[in-house]
Every structure is written in C-alpha cells, then in structure tokens.
Design a protein around this ligand. Structure first.
Ligand SMILES: [Ca+2]
Ligand SMILES: [Ca+2]
Length: 507
C-alpha cells in the first residue's frame, strides 16, 4: 500500500512540472469564420451618411445570424484619411466612427452574441500627423538631433530607396507606402516597442478586443528574418496580455514566404495565393482538370502550413471584388460555388463585407470599399475618390427572403462548417481526383468527414466510394439534390452541377 502511494506521489511529481510547462504555453486560437468590415461603408447610425460603430452594432445580429464567428474591423483609430491606415493616435477611436465607449459597447455586444472582434493594427507606419512624427521633424528643423522621437523613424540626409523629404529641411524619411504621408516606424527601437506594448495591452485588456490583424508585415524591416523577429515580439506581447487572442498577418507574398512567416508564432497569415483572379479558387474554376488543380493547391497549402491556422480569402479591400474576379455578374451559381470552394479550405476563411451578397468593385481603392447594399435608400455615401458605385446583385433584405440567393448559400455554408468543425481544423487526403470530380477525406485526429465536389457547371457527376457513407450536408447551386446509394459496403454518389456534399462514414 505504502509502495503504491509512493509511486503515485512519484508520478505526480513527474507530472507537475510538465503541467506547469503546458500551462505556460499560450493557448492556440481556434479557427472560425471571419467577416471583414470597413466601418466607414457598413452602416450609419447618426445620419451623416458615413458608417460608424453604433451603425455596425445594429447589424451584429445579421452577422451572427449569417454564421460568422468573428469580425475584423479595418482601422478604427483617428486618422486624416478615409481608409485610416495612417494613424495619428493608437489609443483612441476616430470621431467619425464614434468614441472609445462606443467601441467598448460594440465589443461587449459581440461577445454576448458569441462573436469575436479583432481590429487592424497598422504599425509599419504612422501618419505624418502623429505626435511622434511631428516632434521628430520639429527637432530636425531646429537641429536638435538628440530628441528621442527622431529614433522612432528612419531619417537620413541622403535619399536612398523609398524616402520622402521632411518639409523645410534637407532630411528625408523612410516610407514604404503612399506619397509622403505614411512614415515607416523603426520597429527595432526599444522605445517604440515600449509604446506599442502599451497599445497592444490597451486594446486587449482595457477595450477587450480579441486580437489583431497586422498590416503590411513584409515591410516591417528590410529582411524576412527582421520581420519575423518583430512579429514574434508582437505575438509574445499580445499572448502575454490575452493568451487566447487571435492574430492574423498580412504577408502579401508567395506560399513559400508565407510558410516562413509562421515561424514567428503568429496564429495565421492570409493565404494570398488563393485570392484574386490568378489565385487557387478562380484558377480551379477555369482549369481543364479542375479537381486536380484544386486539390494540388489544397495539398501544397497544407504541406506549407502544417500546424498554423491557414487564412484563405478570395477578395479584400485591396483587391477587385469576387463577382468581378469570377466574371459572375450574370452567373450566381458560379459565385456560390466559388464561395463553397473557398470555404472548404481548412482554417479561418475571411469574407469581405458585401461578398456574401455579390457586391462588385474594382479599379481605384475607394471603388472596392463602397457602401454595403442593404436596400435602395439604405447605403452609406461612397468613400472619397470612388468613381463607380453599381451593384450587380440585390441587397441584403431582398436576398434574405430569397431561398436561392448567394446570401442564403453563404449562410448555409457557415452553418455547415459550424456543424462539422473538422472542415476548419483538419487536413486533407484525396480519395478520388478525376476530371471535374473530387472526393477528399478531411480529418483532424478526432473526427473526420468526406467532402465530394462536382466542378462541372453543366453536367452531373458520379463518384463511387468504398465504404458506407451517409449524406450529412449538401451545398447546391441549382434545384437538383445530391443522390446517394449505399450497398454492400460501397457508396455511389450522384452530384448535380457545381455541387458539394459532406458525407459521414457509417459504422
Ligand atoms: Ca455616421
Ligand atoms: Ca517598415
């Protein structure tokens, strides 16, 4: 008995340090279905024609009902521009959007509805109107080179690379973007990091947001290693403040490079190779052998990102909108099916506001960021500089009452993924890759399902699987249903054009 007690104690002693070590590891955020919102163009609550936080708050039940699990807000901090990527104060809200208290109320209501909320944290650069830059350049003008704010940026009397002149001096400042308005911060300066640590803690602890979207991470420093080091610092700082926060970075680059960025420990990076007209989704739809094209892209992505949360998307505020990319203005079936293909990638899929109703927009940036189309008479003013504001598909309210709308397809898709989270958490193995037909197994070690896809726009397809499966979900772009027959341990599946089926194996 005594011997037994000793061995129990010994086992406990051995386990305890291991448990403590496990607790010190930051909790991994879990994948979800994210919705990107440009507050300026979403919903107006005070009648000035521009969207605001209280307007967005009135639409949260719509977003939750659609099945999205989180929101990414493009920058909400004070800024002289309409897009607000050039911040003048990292610890406040732009008065056009509301107040910090409005922000706190928004976060609270998100959480009550089960939604997470992350905000854009654009720290590669500030506005030239930021106090740090004003203090630095005033000091340069007066020859006071000892001022600490000079070290917040990169100044030089020689113009090299991407630089702009400090007005009224012989000095130049580094800026990777814009034309003289967005000076790059020196993110290796410990004093800058002390300031940013305050900012990160403020939003996570005081305002209670659930994480950040990091803008322009490939421009943080001059090297990949340097960028990864800054990201690791941001990640450690944020996870220390809120262990389960979710951080997603914008590394607009190739899959190989994106894969390297995961070394920073950041939860996820946007999967740029899946997006836009040349990306995985549009390419698969155009391919001679669409099943092979799609599965190859999926397999390459999963092998490049074995552990992190993949963050696929089709379009965002910097790209042409999905219906234009797909040339689907008069082809809603194609727009639906493309959303299906995108959403069957594992990880956290991001939907750009209006994508779920097939909004269009391309060319200059403001065209890609026009007012959310709720209904005629309920659209915010276009951002300054917009040259085109047309809408290809009906508005939200009209699509809500149309069972065959793109909106209802996207809603069904989100709810299907909520029912089978393995679609988001798992990895893939091909079962059938044949012309326009694909069947794959999605598994995560705990659960699994089979996803079957017919890429043909016109013809139905038949897939034979060994094993007995039951139909557990279907995503249809037309009126014909999926048909399934099981006999003697074999399953035969009949898929209508542009359709997707989710199957569970029967024991
Ligand atoms: Ca307003
Ligand atoms: Ca930079």
């Amino acid at each position: 008995m005594l011997k037994r007690l000793w061995s129990v104690l010994l086992v406990l002693c051995l386990l305890l340090p291991a448990c403590a070590a496990a607790e010190a590891q930051p909790a991994k955020a879990s994948p979800g279905m994210w919705y990107e919102v440009f507050v300026y163009s979403y919903s107006d609550s005070n009648g000035d024609g521009r969207g605001d936080l209280n307007g967005l708050r009135q639409k949260l039940s719509y977003i939750a009902d659609m099945g999205y699990t989180g929101l990414w807000l493009m920058p909400v901090m004070p800024s002289p521009s309409y897009h607000k990527y050039d911040v003048t104060d990292y610890m406040d809200v732009d008065p056009l959007y509301g107040t910090l208290d409005d922000m706190r109320a928004l976060v609270k209501e998100c959480h009550a509805l089960g939604l997470r909320l992350i905000i854009d944290l654009p720290v590669n650069h500030t506005s030239t109107q930021h106090d740090w830059f004003k203090l630095a350049t005033t000091s340069l003008k007066f020859g006071n080179l000892g001022n600490k704010y000079i070290g917040f940026y990169t100044f030089s009397q020689k113009r090299t690379g991407k630089m702009a002149r400090v007005e009224g001096t012989n000095w130049y400042f580094e800026e990777q973007f814009s034309g003289g308005n967005m000076p790059d911060l020196n993110l290796t300066n410990p004093e800058v990091r002390r300031q940013l640590e305050k900012v990160i803690r403020f939003w996570l602890k005081d305002v209670d947001v659930d994480g950040f979207r990091l803008d322009a991470v490939t421009s943080y420093t001059d090297t990949l290693e340097g960028n990864i080091e800054v990201l690791r610092w941001i990640n450690d700082t944020a996870k220390a403040a809120k262990p389960d926060c979710y951080i997603v970075g914008e590394a607009w680059t190739s899959l190989d490079q994106i894969s390297r960025y995961y070394e920073s420990g950041i939860d996820g990076f946007f999967l740029f190779p899946a997006s836009q007209a040349e990306g995985y989704i549009v390419s698969a739809l155009k391919a001679q052998k669409p099943a092979e094209s799609y599965f190859k892209a999926l397999a390459a992505t999963e092998s490049a990102i074995p552990d992190g949360i993949i963050a696929p998307f089709l379009c965002n505020h910097d790209t042409g909108r999905s219906v234009g990319l797909l040339q689907a203005r008069s082809d809603p079936a194609k727009a639906k099916f493309a959303e299906g293909l995108l959403n069957l990638f594992p990880g956290s899929v991001f939907t750009y506001y209006g994508e779920e109703i097939g909004m269009v927009g391309s060319g200059v940036d403001p065209n890609k960021r026009i007012g959310m189309y709720w209904a005629q008479g309920e659209i915010t003013l276009p951002p300054p500089g917009a040259t085109r504001t047309d809408y290809a598909y009906p508005g939200v309210y009209a699509q809500q009452v149309d069972g065959a709308s793109l909106l209802n397809y996207c809603k069904a898709l989100n709810h299907l993924k909520a029912k089978f989270p393995v679609i988001m958490t798992g990895r893939s193995e091909a079962l059938v890759v044949d012309g326009a037909l694909l069947a794959l197994r999605r598994f995560d070690g705990e659960s699994e399902c089979v996803i079957a896809i017919n890429f043909d726009a016109q013809s139905e397809g038949r897939i034979a699987l060994s094993g007995s499966y039951a139909l557990s979900g279907e995503l249809l772009t037309g009126t014909d249903p999926v048909k399934l027959d099981t006999e003697e341990g074999k399953t035969s599946l009949q898929l209508p054009p542009y359709s997707i089926a989710v199957l569970l194996e029967q024991n």
